[in-house]
Write a protein that binds this ligand. Sequence first.
Ligand SMILES: Nc1ncnc2c1ncn2[C@@H]1O[C@H](COP(=O)(O)OP(=O)(O)OP(=O)(O)O)[C@@H](O)[C@H]1O
Ligand SMILES: [Mg+2]
Length: 453
Amino acid sequence: MDKSNRRAANAATLQQELRWLSDVIQTRLDMQLRHERRSPIEDVFEIAPPELDSEDSMYASFVAHYEMGFGERLTALLALAPHVQPQLLDLFFQTNERLNRGYTEWGGVQGKMHGGFLPTGETALFLIAGEDLDSRFEHQRLFDADHFFARHNILKLEPAPSGEPILSGRLVMADEIIDFLTTGEFRKPDYSRDFPAKLISTEMEWDDLVLAPTTLEQIQELEAWIRHERVLMEDWGLARRLRPGYRCLFYGPPGTGKTTTASVIGKRVGRDVYRIALSAVVSKYIGETEKNLERIFGRAENMNCILFFDEADALFGKRTSISDAHDRYANQEVSYLLQRIEDFPGVVILASNYTTNIDEAFMRRFQAVVHFPMPDPAERKRLWTASFSKQSVLDSTLRLDDLAQKYELSGGAIINVVRYASLMALDADTNVIRSADLVGGIRRELQKDGKTL
Ligand SMILES: Nc1ncnc2c1ncn2[C@@H]1O[C@H](COP(=O)(O)OP(=O)(O)OP(=O)(O)O)[C@@H](O)[C@H]1O
Ligand SMILES: [Mg+2]
């Protein structure tokens, strides 16, 4: 099915479903307000939801996949309604004339910008259970941590302020589920304070990577996992013995291709790669970290993308010496993060420049610990050769073999030298890369590492 057909199918199903939601709301309100019944219905459960068997929409497959019951379906729709047909909930804006205020039992809150009614857990349970306490208690499990709504990050209640009923939390459906059920396409999340992760991509291909043989082997193993995970875990039944997900540490000096390799992997297996600069998350967002990380992990799980935690050195530092409250916070957050990484059922890659003895207990948490060493002379030769533009030519005195032998530079440093020397050539109105510029560029790179030529 193409995009517009899928969207149309989603719209058609949701039209019917929203009509059903509207009937249920009307009936429940009539029951409560003891209005004249429009129909001889005793309870909202008698209003059968639409038959979806022949529907080809995302919503229909969502309902079928989770074998959703009446309460689940109603709750999901209620959470979706403000996003697709907000006016449908305006019925809840009636005032209780006896008290001259809204009805407590209907729950709901008002948004900061949104003019309509935003349903809470209370609203959902009111629709489902009315004043029947037993039914209310039964349906409270919709918001339990082990209900599929929470486990699969589909919808949840926003935490209520301390001391207030849990059900007064707003009913929120995950953005990507809303996308999935409506347009059928995921919007990529933007980098923001709330979502400190950035989509990364690369123009480079697998063949452009210059990696040591053992590094390459481990990367292939990671790819094999991504490709065969489902068959291995489900069809071959290893899910009973293996922890879900794949956790991997890339470590090595700056510029050795860790970030690039992660992007290339994502491109090859068709998954988005989100980069999170860990140092920023741990320090800048102190106290907010858990909330932010939770958002990242939650979205990543639904979107099936790869999480790339960069600058993970913060995790390897001594975690025992606590000098002030800030450290204590950071410590807590590091522990939280490690736990969350371990529980995450997808692919997580951590990258670090840390090379000296990483804690063994720490290492055991990873399925693979991949070293990105400085390239050897043969690898440097390949990097030099690949880096220059085909539009340029080398000064006849230059020998790439010599450069590769002589200077211990990373791939990142080599590309910097090439950029510098190429710019100098263009500035001198020539396409000849000059030896002096190249050596100048190399000197600059070596100086960065505190070395001299
Ligand atoms: N192994 C490699 N193969 C091909 N190109 C490389 C390699 N390593 C580095 N490069 C080049 O250097 C640039 C920088 O590399 P990259 O950002 O991937 O390094 P990194 O290991 O992530 O560094 P850092 O630790 O500083 O984050 C890449 O865009 C690429 O052009
Ligand atoms: Mg990097």
